[in-house]
Design a binder for this molecule. Structure first.
Ligand SMILES: [Zn+2]
Ligand SMILES: [Zn+2]
Ligand SMILES: [Zn+2]
Length: 795
């Protein structure tokens, strides 16, 4: 007989870990006990040596689906412990938690598991058609938790007392609902209710002999718009094949171009519309169940208003029993888009929500469980066989990210993120916890949510920052909040405020997710972005020689005026005009391209004013932005010329039309040329004048937009690769061998693939964002790591 003390760390609480260990203990004739504590799971195990070995191996091999084992350490119990003090127990037991779960991580919400789905759909089960069926291996987590430890009283399930049947499951270590906090059934759990948003009662015609979920499905099929309260927020649903209702939804949401997400009941149904690779199937069916961006195969009967100007559709599979029940009665895809409402934590009466939804939906499928934490759907895609997360929210957050080597023993850091696509990030206990996607902080409801969630995360992770990291942009609300926190902390525990350059943060986030050690060699970060604040200027196309501690800007894109400031982000043609003025001067442009259609368009604008704004620098800040270059090119060829109605629209539509045939062409003019010149300061930059001459020449010859788009993408990739090559050699010796490609522009799959391939051919190691978004959703992680590195240096 031997004894071992086994310590397991990772995501091991609230995921069904103890019952798994209990089951394995019985199988391997192990006695002793298991308990949760502040560091994870602790096991005292007694048995024969061989059985103990097999027991530990079995734990490793049978980690529950939502769990994640970071480490298993064990030591032998001494003879004294074995024989004297503690008599060897004759059975294995689960002991109550001894302290809070502050050090362990909180699992993300997970899609319905196959066992729960089967139960929900089986007429013999007591949960037949119950929309809130879940177990330890599936269901809500972050969306319902309000405090620690993760026990039912600290969740929005608190008002629902377990019935005797559910309690029996909850207490049985061999049941898959052992300690499943949201466990519920018809008798004791939340219920759904369908209501009309105009406050009237459902008529008899609207309510035939079926349940509310069934009625909601039939209303959707009849062309009604139905709001649905989900686990992390409200969605609006309608028939995706009904063009007039999709148009009506756009009208009501005042969202005229941004694509709507779709849900379909099965992969087979999605395959009617899109190509779905094996990797994409796995991603669609993963526990996170994100919206997956898929290449359109045949639009079929999908309404064209779903994703205007795109060559992809965003599909997800049902991820709650409610979705499964709803979709089982609908034989076509439905729109399932966020209702853009922040649900108040104590919103037990749904009246307020109803009032706000009244203008959007005809009916609402409500339920009586509060949403504690608003979580949007995640968005992901597969690029060259690899999953790339575009929006990291439900199903991914708040899964912890291990810190790279060298960051051990860091203090507690809070990074407040950017402005658009905001997330925030905590560093504690050698882990980074990146929040779910919050959105645009300029939106008042989002900002309130942001404050609320920072507060919640502080409680959940028992977190008190000593370092706060913010973006350098003085006007970002997140940066203002950081300064306010510093102000309020005066007199209390000292806080250090670190202001981090935007593109440096983009690069550091990518290094962190690739576990790049703090002491490793400096790399070249290529951050192609919309706009970020850099040393008093606007940046957005930067080549930074850097590590976590700092950066040196080795090269940039050409700084070009943005006439009208932020108006230039909304009206892409302004950027074309500014580029022409910069590349050749307006008169010279007119002399050469008087007759092209673009010039006709320009003549409708008051160009004299814009030209004098640019030459005199009035409300026309210079920006070295790659995003604005994309705007300029798109508008020049007639894409999204007048107005862009969402961030990145021009670039996304430009990528979508690029001609595949042209991309493979060997013709000499298939690649538009960029030159490398030097600014007055001596800083090298990419000069686009030659690119514009070639592009405008093609426009004059009426070369098609898809061909022009392809030539531009290839030209830009070659230009970036050439710049990297040039920068990599200094005094005839190599300066770096690793290149990071990041920033919002690199969400462009075409540009990313072309650039990565070119750099790899030249022998560079190329790192690109995958689990952490390339856009501003990732910069909080980068801010946290940069601030941590600098505090280590100060020590
Ligand atoms: Zn389940
Ligand atoms: Zn029950
Ligand atoms: Zn950015």
């Amino acid at each position: 007989m031997s004894g071992r003390l086994i310590r397991i760390r990772g995501t091991v609480q609230g995921v069904g870990f103890r019952p798994t260990v209990y089951g394995e203990a019985l199988k391997h004739s192990i006695t002793g006990h298991i308990l949760n504590d502040g560091e994870g799971v602790l096991i005292k195990a007694f048995g024969a040596e061989a059985d103990l070995d097999a027991f530990i191996t079995a734990i490793k091999d049978n980690c529950p689906p939502l769990g994640q084992i970071d480490s298993i350490d064990w030591c032998n119990l001494s003879d004294i412990e074995l024989n004297c003090c503690d008599p060897v127990p004759d059975r294995f037991a689960i002991v109550e938690s001894v302290s809070s779960s502050a050090r362990t991580s909180i699992a993300a919400d997970a899609r319905t598991c196959p066992a729960c789905l089967e139960e929900t759909l089986s007429p013999n089960s007591r949960r037949y058609r119950y929309p809130f069926t879940n177990c330890t291996h599936c269901g809500p987590r972050l969306s319902i938790i309000s405090g620690i430890p993760y026990d039912r009283p600290n969740t929005s399930m608190a008002p629902f007392a377990l019935c005797s049947d559910c309690l029996k499951e909850y207490k049985d270590p061999l049941d898959r609902r052992f300690h499943a906090q949201p466990n519920a059934c018809y008798v004791c759990g939340p219920v759904v209710e369908l209501v009309r948003t105009d406050g009237l009662r459902l008529s008899r015609a609207e309510r035939p002999q079926s349940d509310d979920v069934d009625i909601a499905a039939s209303l959707i099929l009849k062309g009604q718009i139905v709001a649905i309260k989900g686990i992390g927020g409200f969605h609006i649903a309608c028939d995706a094949t009904n063009a007039p209702v999709v148009a009506l939804l756009r009208e009501r949401k005042k969202r005229f171009a941004k694509p709507f997400a779709l849900m379909a009941k099965s992969i087979e149904m999605i395959e009617r519309y899109c190509h779905v690779s094996e990797e994409e199937k796995a991603l669609l069916s993963s526990a996170a169940a994100p919206v997956v961006l898929l290449d359109i195969k045949a639009p079929g009967n999908i309404a064209s208003g779903i994703a205007p100007g795109q060559n992809t559709l965003g599909f997800m599979l049902p991820y709650t029993p409610l979705h499964h029940l709803l979709l089982s009665a609908i034989n076509q895809p439905i729109v399932l888009t966020s209702a853009n409402l922040a649900d108040e934590p104590q919103c037990t009466d749904n009246d307020d929500t109803l009032r706000r939804l009244a203008g959007l939906a005809d009916f609402v499928l409500l339920h009586n469980r509060a949403i504690v934490n608003r979580i949007d759907d995640s968005v992901a895609r597969v690029v060259q066989g690899q999953t790339v997360v575009v929006r990291r929210a439900r199903g991914y957050a708040p899964a912890p990210i291990s810190l790279p080597p060298g960051f051990e023993g860091m203090g507690q850091v809070l990074a407040l993120g950017g402005e658009l696509k905001n997330t925030f990030c905590l560093v504690k206990d050698d882990k980074a916890i990146l929040s779910q996607h919050m959105g645009d902080l300029e939106d008042a409801a989002t900002y309130i949510d942001y404050l609320k969630n920072i507060d919640l995360y502080r409680r959940l992770f028992q977190f008190e920052p000593t370092i706060i990291a913010i973006d350098q942009h003085p006007e970002y609300l997140s940066a203002k909040l950081g300064r306010q926190m510093l102000e309020e902390s005066k007199g209390a525990k000292p806080i250090t405020l670190e202001s981090v350059q935007h593109h440096h943060a983009h690069v550091a986030a990518c290094l962190a997710e690739h576990n790049y050690p703090i002491s490793a060699a400096k790399i070249l970060g290529v951050a192609l972005d919309g706009l970020g604040y850099g040393e008093g200027q606007l940046w957005g196309g930067e080549f930074l020689f850097c590590d976590y501690y700092g950066y040196e800007r080795l090269a940039t894109f050409k700084p070009i005026s943005m006439p009208g400031g932020s108006m230039a982000m909304r009206e892409p043609w302004r950027n074309s005009f500014a580029h022409f003025v910069s590349a050749m001067g307006w008169n010279s442009y007119l002399a050469d391209y008087e007759k092209i259609e673009l010039t006709e368009f320009f003549k409708t604008k008051n160009l004299a004013t814009f030209e004098s704004m640019i030459t005199n620098g009035i409300n026309s800040p210079l920006a070295s932005s790659c995003g604005r270059l994309f705007d300029a090119v798109a508008a020049a060829i007639g894409i999204c010329r007048e107005v862009a109605s969402y961030e990145g629209q021009a670039a996304i539509e430009l990528e979508a039309i690029a001609s595949n045939e042209e991309l493979c062409s060997n013709e000499q003019n298939a690649v538009y040329p960029f030159a490398i010149s030097n600014l007055d300061s001596g800083l090298p930059y990419l000069e686009p004048a030659g690119m514009w001459q070639a592009l405008l020449g093609d426009l004059a010859r009426q070369v098609s937009a898809p061909v022009i788009s392809a030539r531009f993408h290839r030209g830009l990739a070659v230009a970036v690769a050439n710049m990297v090559k040039k920068l990599s050699i200094v005094d005839s010796s190599p300066r770096f061998d690793t290149v990071v490609l990041t920033g919002g522009v690199f969400q462009n799959r075409l540009l990313l693939q072309l650039t990565r391939d070119l750099l790899q051919v030249h022998g560079f190691t190329v790192l690109t964002p995958a689990r952490i978004p390339a856009n501003d959703g990732g910069i909080a992680l980068g801010q946290a790591l940069i601030a941590s590195a600098n505090s280590l240096e100060r020590k």
